[in-house]
Design a protein around this ligand. Structure first.
Ligand code: C2E
Ligand code: CA
Ligand code: CA
Ligand code: CA
Length: 278
């Protein structure tokens, strides 16, 4: 048993080492990714109850010249850990503003474009100031921009967060809580923060139809959101059954592979110009 224990320990150490090596590799390569133009954005349509594309979620992509595509689920946490997320987040914001302006030039106006903002980025002192400056310099209406924050961003000083969110709201920027239902914080922030939307996490959506309990949770989240004057977007909608259930229970907007994968800019514009198919 002692031998076995030591082996397990050795394996554990090797795995740990691999993870550490990989993070180190990611963070050193990621530093060069912006200037080497390896980053790009894709856009996933979000549809309203009529099947109309009303929003887009901006998602970051990194294509490494040798390793190929690296998932944001892998490199965003590393970027957060190393502080590189500030620079990357700023790049995403700037590029998103250019994107909105290019849409505008083609006569396309979305009701919102949602950007993912990591906790560390949001909690940086100059975040709001930099954001508003960028939007102003690019001549955009702030009310097109929505920020997606996870509950992790709310774990620090709630008074400061509240104040910050009020400034954003007064400027027209709306805030959505991403991955709603997966965090560990209490729900009391829903009463005090000026939020616009909850994004029902894909984990709940994927369980629709499995049993009464999972259906009940989805219904309860939508009802709670609505009674707090928040809109609900369902993430990760993959089947007609899920879409139907969510529609039947008054979910406001829908996002997922059933409608579209994240698209590059040209494909996104093409899908906007196409008459809706659902
Ligand atoms: P997220 O914000 O929860 O984004 C949703 C993820 O689900 C995206 O993965 C999207 O491509 C994927 N998805 C959309 N519809 C479906 C579906 O029907 N089924 C399934 N299985 N997946 C679906 P992606 O693009 O790999 O991004 C992963 C995470 O990386 C994001 O999760 C977000 O937390 C983070 N991320 C992506 N871009 C950015 C960014 O610009 N800034 C920051 N801070 N984080 C980002
Ligand atoms: Ca809006
Ligand atoms: Ca998101
Ligand atoms: Ca999400």
């Amino acid at each position: 048993a002692k031998e076995k224990g030591r082996d397990a320990h050795a394996i554990y150490n090797t795995e740990m080492e691999e993870i550490v090596q990989k993070s180190l590799w990611i963070s050193s390569e990621l530093k060069r990714a912006i200037v080497k133009e390896q980053l790009s954005l894709v856009f996933q349509p979000i549809l309203d109850r009529d099947g109309e594309i009303v929003c887009a979620e901006v998602l970051l992509r990194w294509t490494h010249p040798e390793k190929g595509p690296i998932s944001p689920a892998e490199f965003i946490p590393v970027a957060e850990g190393s502080g590189l997320i500030q620079e990357i987040g700023y790049w995403v914001l700037k590029e998103t503003c250019y994107f909105i302006n290019r849409l505008k030039a083609r006569g396309i106006v979305l009701s919102s474009v949602a950007i993912n903002v990591s906790a560390r980025q949001f909690n940086q002192d100059l975040f709001v100031e930099n954001l508003l400056t960028e939007i102003m310099e690019q001549g955009l209406a702030a009310d097109t921009i929505e920020l997606e924050l996870t509950e992790y961003a709310l774990l620090t000083n709630l008074d400061i967060i509240k104040q910050r969110m009020h400034v954003l709201k007064e400027s027209g920027i709306s805030i959505a809580i991403d991955d709603f239902g997966t965090g560990y914080s209490s729900l009391s922030y829903l009463q005090t923060l000026p939020l616009s939307r909850l994004k029902l996490d894909a984990a709940f959506v994927s369980k629709i139809g499995e049993n009464d309990a999972s259906n009940a949770i989805v219904k309860a989240i939508i009802n709670m959101a609505h009674s707090l004057n928040l809109k609900v977007v369902a993430e990760g909608v993959e089947t007609q059954e899920q879409h139907q259930f969510l529609r039947d229970h008054d979910c406001d907007t829908f996002q997922g592979y059933l409608f579209s994968r994240p698209l590059d800019e040209e494909a996104f514009i093409q899908s906007l110009l196409k008459p809706n198919t659902i």
